[in-house]
Design a protein around this ligand. Structure first.
Ligand code: NAP
Length: 470
């Protein structure tokens, strides 16, 4: 495919290959943009902003609604692109494509809710004759850097709010999965977005990504990816706004009074969706000792029943790891835990780029598997004595995106809600629950700021006060 630069689909002699991680077959190639391309994109975005900031609500609403209709009409093509270039099975990819339609529709809706409020200036003596309000204005050029695991919907989570609020946006998709973002850009351009409002520049993060984050003309960086890259970007970013959606090692507590069947089925799905390459992946299951022996064999049976294989086969539950280096990293992390005394209850094997659904126990707290994000289909189970013990363990890491608790007891649910240090607490759901309209983001090493359309729109706009001296 070509990339979208200032309203034109352009080729470059230097190209990057997009390969299917399950068999290394060539899916397509995309231009490998250089510094001059990124510079040109930023200049076009600065220029385009003079037009986009003046687009009316009904014009922005119409662009986003038409884009949503186009993605809905092409849902199967989008699903195929996601499944081919990335790690998702076709069934997982269909869900992502339909969520992208939601994301664009919610963004269209948000154009109509971008309001300010009146300010009671007369609360201060001497201001009796003042009257005024604030409005929210777009901030300008937004740089968006995306990961590989949701190559369509997580890009839509940046484009939708940026367009809803009248900004311009430059997307740098992940080098392994640029095609979904380019197809989304086709739909948005077809829907009527003016030149420069949305550009998609394909190229290496260390090269063009680096330029995007450090250029002072870019007013905000909206990044979703690993903590390590997030920290690198933070060191270079200078004076601009930032949204950081990073990783986690999400905990789920299963109390003695939990609905066992629900806890098993929700957590099996939460553990192995997208082969665990998911920031909401259920990594740490904290199971009450009274229910442990009933829960764990059922959870392991669920993991064993998961069908790993060809992503395009409708019967497949789980696809591959994104590349060999990542599959080897997962294997190494599991082996380190085994050497430190951990027990494998199922899985623990790599076949090429595929890693089996894996359940482990007795993982020492000092292991990377217990402390860091595994970003693969590996879940560790531990016994807990009571809720205090579970909450203390859940919080004892430097991440906090979402947490879950299975219980029928209102007091336990409330205590978990208050005490878990995370961006979201799911009660009777695994951590892998999200709708696109809720505030989404983490605390501690899981990030800064919130996505979820209304919340991203807020981050991508600034209040301007207007005061009349009457
Ligand atoms: P990654 O390796 O950090 O890459 C993310 C993006 O950053 C890619 O587009 C990459 O470009 C770019 N990049 C790399 N180096 C850069 C630099 N120096 N300057 C600017 N950009 C640079 O992350 P990933 O492997 O794609 O994603 C996995 C991580 O994302 C996990 O930790 C996961 O939990 C997290 N995640 C978080 C959320 C959330 O909402 N909180 C959602 C999904 C995923 P290249 O591809 O060209 O290197």
């Amino acid at each position: 495919m070509k990339m979208l630069l200032n309203g034109e689909w352009v080729e470059r002699a230097a190209r990057m290959e997009v390969r299917d991680p399950q068999d290394d077959s060539l899916v397509d190639t995309v231009p490998q943009a250089n510094a001059a391309d990124m510079n040109a994109a930023i200049a076009a975005a600065v220029c385009g902003f003079e037009r986009t900031r003046r687009l009316s609500v009904h014009e922005r609403h119409a662009i986003l609604t038409r884009a949503a209709d186009l993605v809905a009409a092409r849902r199967e093509e989008f699903a195929y692109t996601i499944a081919r270039e990335g790690i998702k099975t076709i069934r997982e990819a269909r869900k992502e494509a339909s969520r992208c339609v939601d994301t664009l529709r919610i963004s269209a809706e948000e154009t109509r809710h971008l309001t300010g409020e009146t300010i009671p200036f007369d609360q201060r003596q001497g201001s009796e004759n003042r009257f005024g309000f604030y409005i929210r204005e777009p901030i300008g050029v937004i740089g968006a850097i995306a990961p590989f695991n949701d190559p369509l919907n997580l890009v839509a989570h940046k484009i939708g709010p940026a367009l809803a609020s009248g900004n311009t946006i430059i997307v740098k998709p992940h080098s392994e999965t640029p095609l979904s973002a380019l197809r989304l850009a086709e739909a948005i351009q077809e829907a009527g977005a003016p030149a420069g409002m949305l550009q998609v520049i394909t190229g290496r993060g260390s090269e063009v990504g680096d330029l995007l984050v450090s250029d002072p003309r870019v007013r905000m960086i909206s990044f979703t990816g690993s903590r390590a890259t997030g920290e690198t970007i933070m060191r270079k970013i200078g004076l601009k706004k930032v949204g950081m959606e990073l990783g986690s090692n999400a905990p789920v507590i299963v109390m003695a009074d939990a609905d066992l069947e629900l806890a098993v089925s929700a957590n099996v799905s939460g553990a192995f969706w997208a082969a665990g390459q998911n920031c909401l992946h259920v990594q740490r299951l904290l199971v009450h000792e009274a229910i442990y022996d009933a829960f764990v064999p059922r959870f392991v049976a669920g993991a064993r029943a998961y069908r790993v294989g060809d992503k395009l086969d409708e019967a497949t539950d789980m696809g591959p790891i994104i590349n060999r280096a990542e599959a080897l990293r997962i294997e190494r992390t599991v082996n380190e835990a085994i050497a430190a005394g951990a027990t494998v209850l199922c899985g623990g094997e790599r076949h090429g780029n595929f890693y089996a659904p894996t359940v482990m126990t007795d993982v020492p707290d000092s292991c990377a598997l217990a402390q860091e994000e595994i970003y693969g289909p590996v879940t560790i189970v531990s016994r807990i004595r009571d809720l205090e013990d579970a909450i203390q363990r859940a919080n004892a890491v430097d991440y906090g995106l979402q947490a879950g608790i299975f219980t029928r007891d209102l007091q336990s649910a409330f205590q978990a809600m208050r005490e878990l240090r995370v961006g979201g607490v799911m009660i009777n759901d695994s951590t892998d629950y999200r709708i696109d309209a809720m505030p989404f983001g983490g605390v501690k090493g899981s990030g800064l700021g919130r996505e979820g359309i209304r919340f991203a729109v807020h981050e991508m706009t600034e209040p301007k006060v207007v005061c009349f001296n009457l």
